[in-house]
Write a protein that binds this ligand. Structure first.
Ligand code: NAI
Ligand code: MG
Length: 493
């Protein structure tokens, strides 16, 4: 049980008083016992004849059985996508294509409560985040790209944009429906068809999405959803009839995919690992910065590709900042993801919990100082208390490797030059945050930080109009904004 593990043993006694529970009702979500694959507009049983259970990480409760697609299933899905691409989809007038995307966007809004409950139940994230962030942003993505569908010629003047064909898309478990929308919305807006594989621990919202495609009247085969594990993803990437692969996940798998596709002519986008620096200067608004730090690392249990997991604090404010941060940590409510007051939900899977524990143990082994506020972790399910490490060496694994959990490492700097040097000293470069009252310093820092996104006096803000993506081992290609159309287009002369 989580409460007895070495990593959480340090959590002291429970708080003296508790909040009354405020659970979101679950009855809006009607789950089927079993979900087949969504291929050619229909739910079909997998040819592999394999199924696997999907659970709630907060309680380990069994939710449904899901198909595990094998090579034959992958092939059928790609064939369906190819058929739809060569059939009515790419011949459709762009303005008609846009109407489907608008319909999907509106249906996501209409079914937002059901989707939010499914997302929190299956993934462990707090309902207030799935309700207020994941689902509205997913709808916003479809609305945004719907608007581009008939304006591609204006987006890329004199370049004759054309769809690529069939896209194979593989997404992770941290923002299941949002990552689905980041992948599917631009692909469809540009006139492609897709085969998408959700992560093994969080298939439910993608499966509900298949019903949204049906409701929207989307032509069969334009969107195909195949559930499965890494082997399913590997079969998809290897399929010879893809024109495009888009992957979000770990750097290791991203590298393997790049090797697999080298020399094939298949277009590739990778959005991978990261170890973002959140940089706090001594002239910042300290209380706001503390909120930004908390949001930067404890949002979505730290399962965020661009999480501000390395805090760089200017030495002169180190002590007051750490004191305020520790005090703020004591107010974070950890528990039932479906409770509307929960700030920090469950860790997504046993595997991810083990990974967090291993890295946290290595941090303690390296001599960093660990702080966890008093909080009571539920008996069942996968849990990890919000954690801060101080006295962290730059070379320590907890300062270098992605933990992907609610664990912050605090380091210090003296000058802006040193902040830049330390911030850039990782193999990654997806995002960074800068906190200062000085506008000129923000620009000076943003020019030098090697990160795809630099937030100033805020953190973890997403908008469909704004491109997102990495440098170095964080991958390449951009998602979101006008830039996010380009990976799904070819340009004829
Ligand atoms: P992963 O990279 O193995 O999984 C991401 C997706 O890729 C899943 O849908 C998975 O089924 C699929 N996949 C796995 N192996 C594949 C292969 N050989 N070919 C094609 N697809 C494959 O990530 P995992 O194992 O869930 O997490 C490991 C670590 O990766 C995490 O601790 C975290 O540090 C990082 N990660 C980063 C994410 C991000 O947002 N960029 C998301 C998830 C994990
Ligand atoms: Mg993996």
């Amino acid at each position: 049980m989580a409460a007895k593990s070495p990593a959480t043993r340090a959590v002291p006694s429970p708080l003296e008083w508790e909040y009354a529970p405020a659970p979101e009702a679950r009855d809006i979500l009607a789950l089927e016992d079993r979900y087949g694959l969504y291929i050619g507009g229909e739910q079909v049983a997998p040819r592999s004849r394999k199924w696997f259970p999907t659970i709630s990480p907060a309680t380990e409760e069994h939710l449904a059985e899901v198909a595990l697609a094998g090579p034959r299933d992958v092939d059928l899905a790609v064939q369906a996508a190819r058929g739809a691409f060569e059939g009515e989809w790419s011949a459709l007038r762009p303005a008609e294509r846009a109407k489907y995307l608008f319909r999907i966007a509106r249906l996501i809004q209409e079914r937002s409560r059901e989707l939010a409950v499914a997302e929190s139940l299956n993934g462990g994230k707090p309902i207030k985040e799935s309700r207020d962030v994941d689902i509205p942003l997913a709808a916003a993505h479809f609305f945004y790209y719907a608007g581009w569908a008939d304006k591609l010629e204006y987006a890329f003047p004199n370049r004759k944009p054309r769809p690529l064909g069939v896209a194979g898309q593989i997404i992770p478990w941290n923002f299941p429906l949002l990552m689905l929308s980041w992948k599917i919305a631009p692909a469809l807006a540009c006139g492609n068809t897709v085969v998408l594989k959700p992560a093994e621990t969080t298939p439910l919202t993608a499966l509900i999405f298949t019903d949204i495609c049906r409701q929207a009247g989307l032509p069969a085969g334009v969107v195909n959803i195949i559930t499965g594990d890494g082997s399913t993803g590997a079969h998809l990437v290897k399929h010879p009839d893809l024109d495009k692969v888009a992957f979000t996940g770990s750097t290791g798998v991203g590298k393997a995919i790049r090797r697999e596709l080298a020399g094939t002519g298949v277009k590739l986008t990778l959005e991978l690992g990261r170890k973002a620096a959140n940089i706090i200067f001594d002239d910042c608004a300290l209380d706001q910065a503390v909120e930004g730090v908390v949001h930067g690392i404890y949002f979505n249990q730290g399962h965020v590709c661009c999480a501000g997991s390395r805090l760089l604090v200017q030495e002169s404010i180190y002590e007051p900042l750490v004191a305020k941060l520790k005090r703020r940590l004591r107010t974070i409510r950890v528990g039932d993801p479906l409770d509307k007051n929960t700030d920090l939900g469950a860790i997504n899977s046993r595997m991810q919990l083990d990974r967090i524990r291993e890295l946290v143990a290595s941090g303690e082994g390296d001599g960093a100082e660990m702080y966890q506020p008093p909080c009571r972790l539920p008996e069942r399910g996968y849990w990890f208390a919000p954690t801060v490490f101080t006295n962290v060496a730059q070379s320590s694994r907890i300062a270098q490797e992605e933990i992907f959990g609610p664990v912050l490492s605090v380091l210090t700097f003296r000058t802006p030059e040193e902040a830049v040097e330390k911030a850039n000293n990782t193999p990654y470069g997806l995002s960074a945050g800068v906190w200062t009252e000085k506008g000129s310093r923000i620009l000076w820092m943003a020019e030098r930080l090697r990160a795809g996104v630099v937030w100033a006096n805020t953190f973890n803000r997403f908008d469909p109009t704004s491109p997102f993506g990495g440098y170095k081992e964080s991958g390449f290609g951009r998602e979101g904004g006008l830039h996010g159309l380009e990976p799904y287009l070819r340009f004829d002369r």
